[in-house]
Design a binder for this molecule. Structure first.
Ligand code: 3H9
Length: 702
């Protein structure tokens, strides 16, 4: 194991340089290297001062997360930092890039801290479900006060170097050569006769319960369902209630416990799954992204407008095409209205809005798409219309332009086939609102070229989206798995569960919003029309999707009509009981011969909805629609409001046990509609082998 830590003496000042690409994560090798460097300093002649900095693009971005699943190999970072802080000469750490988590804990153990002007500094541990474990919860409040410390820990987002300076987290901002800046800062300290200044010697003013309460509720809104915030509060409380070393011992128990929690395992799974979504590195030299400067978008409705905003927000010029000026005016007015809301909320300046609007050029002429590098069609779901548009694109777009469709259901092979360049055609399935939602399903047809796939992944990154690869099937990964989930939710209402009961159970499980409330929000007509247009996709079971049908027949289309599964007061999104609808659904159940029950439990609701979804996920994996279980989890957590702390449906299935999932599927299949509950062959096989989706994935990659 190469030593990533080097030590040099420069004019009596020891310079420790850490170099462990890509992000200087604190691994066992780094801890050993740091410990060895400190031993050399402790055993040799005392230097005048010590400067610690990192090579490469960033200071330490935290502990090495890939080591969290194994037993800690010594030396312990806590001990290393104790020794660092104990040095008899002054020490300074130079921060740059993204100094995060354990990296900041290293900096807190230095006597002084300086940061390059563009540095981001923060504690993202809460997003991984863990309490900091290198005594950060004890040193940070001693340095910047308990309120600011808890604010940073519970928020999880980094602050700018300037904010860190204002908080007292760093002592100065620097530019240019980091090593030279560190040495110069040390020379100034020495000239001013400054010596060691140990953070651990500070005192912490206690917080009131009211102050804690404010921070707690802010964090609960931000990190729904995540229990780490409470543990962080306990750790920081120890900082004012106990002496440093006892507080450190409290943190140790909390931190080690948090590492073992199911919540942290799920969040860590997503950390790596999100970084493994791109298939491009494995595709070889044929997958070099094409250059994309200017984008074309066809359709300026909610979807097209949102997509235009997503590109304009990233500084990418857009040509926005619609059939006539009136449609364009409506579309642009909507975009402007959305931006105005951001200004009102203080997220954007009026100047930034004008700059973004200026990047969107409206047109009604296909000829204006002649020079775009990539065009996204975002008109409503109609194959013939989309094919007609692609024929025109084929005629006007320059050779090599990527032609994308935002379809959510249609067979993109059939769209590609009408062009003379099917290799350039791809699906880019955005989620509404497209300027906000992180997920982008990148749908590869049978003919899409490797470099077009690479272009899509690169573009997704540029606009801050997380691209996930899907192959072509009805609904791709996300909507295809949503179908059995929604089917069960509706069927449960037909069987006598109230919409509030169904949504309540799903939300208690961790879904951002129950599916029936989602239908009300999206419009009951949307799903009904998709099913009408695709009768071949419907289950032969006549009792499925009857609740939607009942609402649709009454003209109760959800929030937009004030009535759907729920009743809404004018201008309100608050869900009220819609007794009339529930009565009609009971009558429909009687007509169909479905017995209504009063014994439907929360457990039955979550199991039926989620097991049905997971079963479909297993099929999608076997068919090669999704590359791996992790991709499915990323789709669900970034696009469908699936609780991150559950890790996504496939990770959750592994935690519950695939044998439990299969037994549930078989049980519910005996209860109703066995054809729709047919277990996926992959699931059956994994259960017979005592395996998991995770192990299956690992075995395929050797
Ligand atoms: C912690 O510190 C707890 C302590 O209190 C405990 C002390 C005992 N570990 O994201 P990127 C990899 S918890 C291991 O694509 P970017 C990443 O997987 C930690 N690996 O780059 C990827 O690998 P690959 C708290 C890590 O420029 C590669 O580096 N810290 C780690 O878009 C590039 O990453 C965090 O939570 C890590 N800590 O973003 C910070 N970090 O190329 C997590 C990165 O094989 N990291 N990798 O796919 C980040 O937020 C971003 O990676 C960062 C760079 C902003 C640093």
């Amino acid at each position: 194991m190469a030593n990533p830590v080097s030590l040099a003496i420069d004019d009596g000042i020891a310079v420790i340089t850490v170099d462990s690409p890509p992000v200087n994560a604190i691994s066992v090798a780094m801890r050993r290297g740091l410990s060895a460097a400190l031993s050399l300093l402790a055993d040799g002649p005392v230097p005048r001062g010590v400067v610690l900095l990192c090579a490469g693009r960033t200071f330490m971005a935290g502990a090495d997360i890939s080591e969290f699943d194994s037993v800690l190999v010594p030396p312990d970072l806590r001990q290393v930092l104790w020794e660092f802080e104990s040095l008899a000469c002054p020490t300074v750490v130079v921060l740059h890039g993204t100094a995060l988590g354990g990296g900041v804990e290293v900096a807190l153990a230095a006597h002084y801290r300086i940061a390059e002007r563009h540095t981001k500094i923060g504690f993202p541990e809460i997003t991984l479900g863990i309490v900091p474990g290198a005594v950060g919860t004890q040193r940070l409040p001693r340095l910047i006060g308990a309120e600011a410390a808890l604010g940073l820990l519970l928020d999880g987002k980094p602050v700018s170097a300037e904010q860190a300076l204002a908080l007292g987290l760093v002592d100065a901002l620097v530019d240019g050569d980091l090593r030279a800046a560190g040495i110069a800062f040390m020379q100034d300290l020495l000239a001013a006769g400054k010596g060691p200044r140990r953070t651990r010697d500070g005192v912490v003013e206690p917080l009131s319960e009211a102050q804690i309460g404010v921070l707690r509720s802010k964090s609960a809104r931000q990190h729904r369902g995540v229990i780490t915030a409470e543990l962080d509060i306990q750790a920081v409380r120890a900082a004012w209630e106990l002496p440093f070393e006892q507080g450190a011992a409290v943190e140790r128990v909390l931190s080690e416990g948090s590492l073992l929690s199911p919540e942290s395992k799920a969040l860590r799974h997503l950390f790596f799954a999100e970084r493994a979504v791109s298939p491009v590195p494995a595709m070889g030299p044929s997958a070099v992204a094409r250059r994309v400067g200017r984008i074309g978008i066809i359709g300026s409705g909610t979807m097209g407008g949102g997509i235009a905003m997503a590109f304009a927000n990233a500084g990418i010029a857009v040509v926005l095409l619609d059939v006539d000026q009136a449609a364009l005016d409506r579309g642009l007015a909507m975009v402007r209205k959305n931006y105005a809301l951001s200004v009102k909320r203080g997220r954007l300046t009026a100047l930034a809005v004008e700059q973004r609007m200026a990047l969107i050029s409206p047109t009604t002429q296909y000829a204006d798409l002649a020079q775009v590098d990539l065009v996204i069609e975002a008109v409503f779901e109609n194959l013939a219309l989309k094919q007609q548009i692609f024929v025109q694109l084929d005629q006007v777009c320059r050779p090599g332009a990527v032609l994308a469709t935002n379809t959510s259901t249609l067979d993109i092979n059939l769209i590609a086939a009408v062009t003379g360049r099917p290799q350039d055609v791809i699906g880019l399935h955005f989620f509404s609102p497209a300027n906000v939602m992180r997920l982008l399903e990148i749908v590869r047809t049978d003919t899409t070229a490797d470099d077009v796939v690479a272009t899509a992944f690169e573009l997704a990154k540029r606009i801050g989206k997380i691209g996930v690869l899907s192959r072509v099937c009805f609904g791709f990964i996300g909507n295809r798995m949503m179908d059995p989930y929604a089917r069960e939710a509706e069927r449960l209402v037909l069987e006598g569960a109230s919409p509030a009961q169904v949504d309540g159970a799903l939300e208690a499980f961790g879904m951002a919003m129950g599916i029936l409330a989602v239908f009300d929000l999206a419009g009951i007509d949307v799903g009904v029309k998709v099913r009408q247009a695709n009768p071949q996709q419907n289950s032969p079971d006549p009792t499925f999707y009857r609740c939607d049908a009942v609402l649709y027949e009454q003209g109760w289309l959800g929030q937009k009509t004030g009535k759907g599964y729920y009743r809404y007061d004018a201008g309100s999104r608050e869900r009220g009981v819609h007794a009339e609808a529930e009565n009609l659904m009971a009558a429909e159940a009687a007509r169909l011969g479905v017995a209504q029950r009063t014994n439907i439990t929360e457990r039955e609701i979550t199991e039926r909805c989620l097991f049905a979804m997971i079963n479909e996920g297993a099929r999608i994996l076997e068919e090669g629609i999704a590359r791996c279980p992790g991709d499915i989890d990323v789709v669900y957590t970034s696009g469908y409001g699936f609780a991150r702390w559950r890790g996504g449906p496939m990770f959750w299935a592994d935690q519950v046990g695939l044998d439990t999932v299969l037994a549930g599927i078989e049980k519910y299949g005996r209860q109703a509609s066995p054809a729709d509950w047919e277990p996926a062959p992959l699931l059956v096989r994994l259960v017979s082998e005592g395996s998991t989706f995770t192990a299956w994935q690992a075995s395929r990659h050797g």
